[in-house]
Design a protein around this ligand. Structure first.
Ligand code: NOJ
Length: 569
């Protein structure tokens, strides 16, 4: 990042709306654009600069809209293009920007492009997707005849047999989400044209879904390579063939030139990139290379995973520090970090990394928020995080909706896992934890819908809701407001450099941010144990308190889940 003229998004905070669960305006039990329009004051009051809207395009909803059947329209489930235009205008009038979700690693199998590709081996669009014959010497449909051994993110093989042609098509996610073939220049041009159309309509950028998967490592003869076998499975890990593949930088640079070059700098691009390393991220976000502004990396949200996300290990704070510390250092001179705990794919942070017991829920939610927002990078707040929404107390399989959870359950139970154990893992890690409706007030269904909500409303909504927190200065919501304002107003928060302190402490996370002669010290206690602050950081007790999450009564003690932002003399 050029130090002379920092981009606008160094001071910005982004808020993610997952429309299906945000607010329902028409009583069908599913959130919609009308609902977002109704709740814009909440976002303005919070002070966020940007809203990232998860997909609202026409879709069969196999993966809640991440399976798109038309890139240039709005699903009637969510509203209309006119309402989207209204939303752009209303947001711009409030000084907010709207970033759309761009899902172009794959389409829905109901997209006309796929229908055409599927219709015949000779279709001009056949090559827009990845079609392959069965493995040499094997008959189509026989287990093991799939062209590669790769396991899908949503369980099972990534290959689906098309009976009519006897060929398989590739889907890294669900079988209803076929992967587009970015090797084909017509695919790329169609995507760029669609992106320009949205920018011309007034949207302010894109969050790019699994964008580091668009380049596959394909041999000159079209061969795709098997991956190393996964333990206890007939399938393998194909990620070396599709994460940050050989042409990924070329594709993103081409996209940048075709779509963004020559437009004002007001747009934001953030690439979702599972498995990306710091070194790769530095290349992706180096402004001189013209790729993306920032990436979502996954290291910190993988620290509690074992062999898979369903194999859960408690987080060790020193691992988190080592990881965040490396990302802060790695993108200090070149590039930029995005910062997040929560999104629509992650369980709720207060339940996962905090302490959602009644005694500590508020304090741990505000502590985690302080820790995140005081790092160098652009913070992302996921709907409900600003009021400390927690995981849902799932009791039975019937309460889950997510394709990833349901596929995993089928696969694990049929492989012989104990169903009770599988359910436990779903309860903790399912993406549905993030997808229960936003809790607005104490009216039925927490004010989300007058109909029957598509997924259960968390029974804690009577106590944990926006209305209860709006005018309470001690609330999680008010604390988020202060954090967002601090980034906007304080150069050290926006631009200061980062130094990790106490890297080996098991409970306390501390760091400094420095800019010119100014310095902030941030101290967060991620435990139920109280500490004497002077013993940890002798300079802390005398420093001026800029922002804390607990009443300011004893400067010497760092209480359970206390967070303090201090200005060093
Ligand atoms: C990442 C998205 O965040 C997730 O929700 C989706 O299931 C996959 N990409 C596939 O689009």
């Amino acid at each position: 990042m050029a130090a002379d003229q920092p981009p606008w998004w160094t001071r910005a905070v982004v808020y993610q709306v997952y429309p299906r669960s945000f607010m329902d305006s028409d009583g069908d039990g599913i959130g919609d654009l009308g609902g977002v329009l109704l709740r814009l004051d909440h976002l303005a009051d919070l002070g966020v600069d940007v809203v990232w809207l998860s997909p609202v395009y026409p879709s069969p909803q196999a993966d809640n809209g991440y399976d798109i059947s038309d890139y240039q329209d709005i699903d009637p489930l969510f509203g209309s293009l006119e309402q989207l235009d209204e939303l752009i205008t209303a947001m711009h009038a409030r000084g907010m920007r709207l970033v759309m979700d761009l899902v172009v690693n794959h389409t829905s199998d109901q997209h006309p492009w796929f229908a055409e590709a599927r219709s015949s081996k000779d279709s001009p669009k056949r090559d827009w997707y990845w079609w392959r014959p069965p493995r040499a010497g094997m008959a189509a449909g026989v287990p093991g005849a799939e062209p590669t051994n790769w396991q899908s993110f949503f369980s099972g093989s990534v290959w689906e047999l098309d009976e009519a042609s006897g060929e398989y098509y590739l889907h890294l996610f669900d079988r209803r989400q076929p992967d587009l073939n970015w090797e084909n220049p017509h695919v790329r041009q169609a995507v760029y044209a669609m992106m320009r159309w949205w920018l011309d309509r007034g949207v302010d950028g894109f969050r790019m879904d699994v964008i580091n998967m668009i380049s596959k490592d394909v041999g000159e003869d079209g061969h795709l390579h098997d991956g190393p076998p996964l333990p206890g499975s007939a399938l393998g890990d194909g990620s070396a063939s599709y994460l940050c593949g050989p042409r990924i930088h070329e594709f993103l640079q081409e996209m940048h030139l075709e779509v963004f070059a020559g437009r004002p700098d007001a747009v934001l691009t953030v690439g979702e990139m599972p498995g990306v390393t710091v070194e790769q991220a530095r290349l992706f976000t180096d402004p001189g290379r013209g790729e993306v502004d920032m990436v979502f990396q996954f290291e910190h949200v993988g620290l509690d995973h074992g062999t898979s996300k369903w194999d859960i290990h408690p987080l060790r704070l020193r691992d988190l520090k080592a990881s965040f510390g490396r990302w802060q250092a790695g993108l200090a001179e070149t590039g930029w970090n995005s910062l997040y705990w929560d999104n629509h794919d992650q369980p709720r942070a207060v339940s996962r990394f905090g302490d959602d017991s009644p005694a500590y829920r508020r304090d741990s939610a505000t502590c985690l928020a302080t820790l995140l927002h005081l790092h160098r990078g652009t913070p992302y707040v996921y709907q409900g995080e600003e009021i400390g929404m927690a995981n849902f107390p799932f009791a039975a399989l019937e309460e889950f909706r997510d394709v990833e959870s349901l596929n995993h359950h089928v696969q694990a139970v049929s492989a012989g896992d104990d169903p009770a154990h599988v359910l436990d893992a779903l309860r903790t890690m399912s993406r549905d934890n993030a997808r229960t409706p936003v809790q607005w007030d104490t009216t039925p269904n927490a004010g989300f819908t007058t109909g029957t909500p598509w997924i259960g409303v968390n029974p804690d909504c009577g106590e944990w809701n926006v209305a209860a927190q709006r005018d309470d200065e001690t609330s999680v919501l008010a604390h988020h407001r202060r954090l967002i304002a601090l980034r906007r107003d304080d150069d050290v928060v926006a631009l200061g450099d980062f130094t990790m302190l106490l890297p080996d402490h098991d409970d306390v996370y501390a760091f400094t941010r420095r800019l010119g002669g100014e310095a902030l010290l941030v101290v967060c206690n991620l435990s139920r144990t109280a500490y004497r602050l002077a013993e940890l950081l002798p300079e802390a007790p005398a420093a001026e308190l800029v922002l804390g999450n607990l009443p300011d009564d004893d400067p010497a003690e760092l209480r359970p889940w206390e967070a303090r932002v201090l200005r060093l003399p």
